[in-house]
Design a protein around this ligand. Structure first.
Ligand code: ADP
Ligand code: MG
Length: 502
């Protein structure tokens, strides 16, 4: 393609505060009844006054600090004026001139940096429900119509705007996922896209690559709204890039507008001409004082900052020498990552008790743990749709299982059986090993007997191997494993078979 895409993202996230942004109505996204969490303030009754929710301010600032934004010492709220039935006041309290946070950067796992323009705080709108069927008892006649639910009106909403640094649909998805992870680590938002707790809008333009004039002028941008998943964002952006390229190719112009996304047809469609910020008649909110953030307050917020996803990924790779991919899995599934670290502590205890000084042993044990957690344990959790917090296996027992595997006391198929049992019952691995008689047969005399039987029962394969067909040995090892109910030490079994046949 002769055009280079330029993409900037605007992301909204509902903050998980106890109460709403400017009143003490509950902020409860799980509320199922309509218009339950409302009061005269969020319903905009005349004469009511807003009060700033400090928890929401702290949470927004926390996000800014995590992104390395500069936090304005003085900021204020402004009125964004527009009319729509989901907005009872006729204006939204937002920030414009002086947001809480400006600048900053989010480093993507792939290594790219996306600069942040600003992070500000505003209030969410109510929710319009169209073509809704009312229970007949309420209104005998008017059964169907558009209704509005103000539970969400006035819920604290954080808005983050990036610089146009995103290069593709895939990168927009990566940005969304990384920001979601960050918000969850910070504990400021549940950031569930499906529940509308996190919403994403994408601005897309194309720049000609041929001219190569190094002119920094960007092309005309189109904004895409109502993207309900990261996957949808990726698809919509890719579609829009192709659509704009086609227009430019034909010598036509891209119209600056807001477009929607149709999930079924996989296309964007024109919604309306883009509004300009002067259309909103922003002005400082006269009912609220400006906010001064003192250094001591910022220090207080910094002090409760947890380890962030990027730092954790990096530490896992360095400290445990696992792959970047494994570190990513153990970061995204934070509970599993915590469990992994507890397991390593247990393994270190064992190493100390056994007076093992061989560094590669520790490395092997850690790698085994990561592998089993990421593949086997995650699979068991997924099958039972349980979170890692519900894991019945103690890290101590899990570490013991890893040691049993490492020592060759159980085969990998026995390990699977034991793990399943541990997962279901929480029993310790030694107990299960005994109860189920799963100890690996490492006894050469016993294995030799079985091996002789296997050869006797498979004369053709034995003959083929002797004639030089190497795969036949593999087949015989398989038969040996079967005959021993998976308990034979495969390496020892192979050695014995080879000796008998050579
Ligand atoms: P507007 O005033 O139209 O809302 P802003 O300057 O506030 O535009 O930018 C909104 C978002 O659009 C930001 O994420 C920004 O990075 C992005 N953006 C701005 N100009 C372009 C462009 N030409 N192409 C792609 N994205 C852009
Ligand atoms: Mg804007």
């Amino acid at each position: 393609m002769n055009y280079e895409p330029t993409i900037g993202l605007e992301i909204h996230a509902e903050l998980n505060t106890k109460t709403k942004m400017f009143c003490d109505s509950a902020n409860n996204p799980l509320e199922t009844g309509a218009n339950v969490n409302v009061c005269p303030i969020c319903l905009a009754h005349p004469g009511t006054l807003p009060v700033i929710n400090v928890e929401a301010v702290h949470k927004t600032v926390k996000v800014g600090l995590a992104l390395g934004s500069s936090i304005n010492e003085l900021s204020w709220f402004e009125r964004k004026n527009y009319f729509y039935p989901d907005l009872p006041k006729g204006y939204q309290i937002s920030q414009y001139e002086k947001p809480f946070c400006e600048g900053g950067v989010l480093k993507l796992p792939s290594g790219r940096d996306v600069r942040i323009r600003r992070v500000h705080l505003e209030e969410d709108t109510g929710r319009l429900i169209h073509n809704y069927q009312l229970p007949i008892t309420n209104y005998q006649k008017s059964k169907r119509g558009s209704f509005v639910d103000y539970n969400r009106a006035g819920v604290p909403l954080m808005e983050l705007v990036t610089e146009p640094d995103v290069a593709s649909g895939a990168e927009a998805k990566e940005f969304g996922e990384e920001l979601q992870l960050l918000l969850r680590y910070l504990g400021v938002s549940d950031a569930d896209m499906e529940k509308g707790q996190m919403r994403l809008e994408a601005n897309i333009s194309l720049k000609s690559q041929i001219s190569n004039l190094k002119s920094q002028k960007l092309g005309t941008k189109v904004e895409i709204k109502n993207l309900n998943s990261f996957r949808a964002a990726e698809r919509a952006i890719n579609y829009e890039i192709d659509r704009q390229a086609e227009l430019l190719e034909k010598g036509e112009e891209v119209v600056q507008e807001t477009r929607g996304w149709n999930e079924e047809s996989g296309q964007t469609f024109s919604q309306r001409a883009k509004e300009e910020s002067h259309d909103y008649r922003y002005f400082p909110e006269p009912d609220l004082p400006p906010i001064r953030l003192e250094k001591t307050q910022l220090d207080f917020i910094k002090a409760e900052m947890p380890e962030l996803p990027a730092a954790r990924r990096e530490r896992f790779v360095k400290e445990y020498e696992i792959t970047a991919k494994d570190a990513q899995v153990l970061t995204v599934n934070g509970e599993l990552g915590g469990y992994f670290e507890k397991t390593v502590t247990e393994l270190d205890d064992w190493i100390k008790n056994e007076k093992i000084t061989d560094a590669p042993v520790r490395q092997k044990l850690i790698k085994l743990s990561a592998n089993y957690l990421i593949t086997e344990v995650q699979k068991l959790l997924a099958e039972s749709s349980k979170p890692a917090t519900d894991l019945r296996i103690s890290p101590e027992d899990f570490a013991e299982l890893i040691v049993l595997i490492h020592q060759g006391k159980i085969s990998s198929s026995a390990a699977q059986t034991i793990l399943k049992e541990m997962f279901a019952t929480g029993k310790d691995p030694h107990q299960i090993l005994q109860d189920k008689n799963l100890a690996q047969i490492g006894d050469a005399v016993e294995l030799k007997k079985t091996a002789q039987e296997v050869i006797a029962q498979n004369p053709q394969a034995a003959e083929d191997y002797k004639k030089g067909k190497a795969e036949s040995l593999k087949f015989l090892v398989g038969q040996l494993m079967r005959a021993s109910h998976g308990r034979a030490n495969p390496q020892l079994g192979e050695d014995i078979l080879r000796k008998l046949l050579d």
